[in-house]
Write a protein that binds this ligand. Structure first.
Ligand code: HEM
Length: 289
């Protein structure tokens, strides 16, 4: 018999390495912050530093949660679905911490807290994403799935894409200088959503290696264009001038290249897994003869 708090056990009550690894991943930012506690405490704004860390990791885990669907297909590992809820609830825990720390930063004064949120656009956008995530967390239990019914539950959970968009806008808006990391994060989310759109368009659940390669190229090109347009608007220059510098690696590797490398890594994994599975099927067929 297993109880629901035993997160490291699967539905049959057996110890699950996958769940243990997920738990370790979810606790990693906490452990990192604990190890750096001294450095954080002596920094200029310790509370602000923690707000940033919690927000950053919430966004990372939101991305990892969205990656479960494509990755279970690319890795040919259907069991990954078992950790999706854990990742989603973990994301909410970080975002709840993000907001609690912000409340602490407003001296636990509800008046100040609501005044601050309602007077800053990036906080209104963050609050909308926050409420969306809270709704998804509240409806993530088995009881709520039963109560809502599969179709309504799935429809409601589609708001995850709007939440991701709002969270990315919030991230961009609060970034004061270099937007390289937010641009890379946005490009990864574009890949995750484009994967689903392509699979839906091709009426398949598993994209071919060639389709994954096309996806890597298209998302990378969109990232270069998006970044160039963003810089062009911010600095009043032509986007073509920015695009002309994509092969200039002196100033660092651009998000377009970073997402291309990530996309190629997925292509490589898919190609290896496709071969491996093909070989396993052939071996089984020979054994059955
Ligand atoms: C009411 C809800 C929210 C409030 C009040 C809030 C507040 C804040 C504040 C004050 C900052 C730091 C800004 C600065 O130092 O200038 C921040 C940064 C950030 N927030 Fe939020 N936020 C909210 C919701 C969210 C949500 C839902 C997400 C994502 C799922 C998110 C992700 C982030 C990220 C990624 C950063 C930047 C972290 C970094 O610098 O690496 N926030 N937020």
């Amino acid at each position: 018999m297993t109880t629901s708090w035993q997160l490291w056990r699967d539905r049959r009550g057996q110890l699950s390495t996958l769940r243990l690894a997920t738990l370790a991943l979810l606790l990693f930012p906490l452990a990192k912050a604990a190890l750096q506690a001294n450095e954080i405490a002596h920094g200029a704004r310790p509370l602000n530093e923690l707000i940033h860390r919690a927000g950053f990791w919430a966004l990372v885990f939101l991305g990892v949660t969205l990656a479960v669907t494509p990755f279970r297909r690319v890795f040919r590992y259907g069991n990954l679905i078992d950790i999706r809820r854990m990742l989603g609830v973990g994301t909410f825990c970080y975002i709840a911490t993000h907001l609690t720390l912000f409340f602490a930063d407003q001296s636990y004064d509800p008046g100040k807290f609501f005044h601050e949120i309602s007077h800053r656009v990036y906080l209104i956008v963050g609050a909308a994403a926050w409420l969306g995530l809270a709704t998804l967390a509240a409806t993530s239990t088995d009881g709520m799935v039963r109560r809502l019914g599969g179709i309504r539950w799935r429809r409601l959970h589609q708001i995850i894409y709007a939440i991701a968009l709002l969270a990315l806008i919030h991230y961009f808006q609060q970034t004061k200088a270099d937007v390289t990391v937010p641009t890379f994060a946005a490009s990864l989310f574009v890949w995750l959503i484009a994967y689903r759109l392509l699979a839906w368009w091709q009426e398949t659940s598993e994209l071919s290696t060639l389709s994954l390669l096309a996806l890597a190229i298209v998302v990378s090109i969109l990232t270069f264009i998006g970044e160039a347009v963003g810089i062009a608007i911010a600095f009043h220059v032509s986007p073509l001038v920015v695009l002309n510098t994509i092969f200039d690696f002196d100033a660092g590797i651009r998000p377009g290249w970073q997402v291309f490398a990530a996309g190629l890594a997925v292509v490589a994994v898919d190609a290896v897994m496709a071969r491996w599975r093909g070989r396993a099927v052939r071996t089984r067929a020979v054994a059955a003869e």
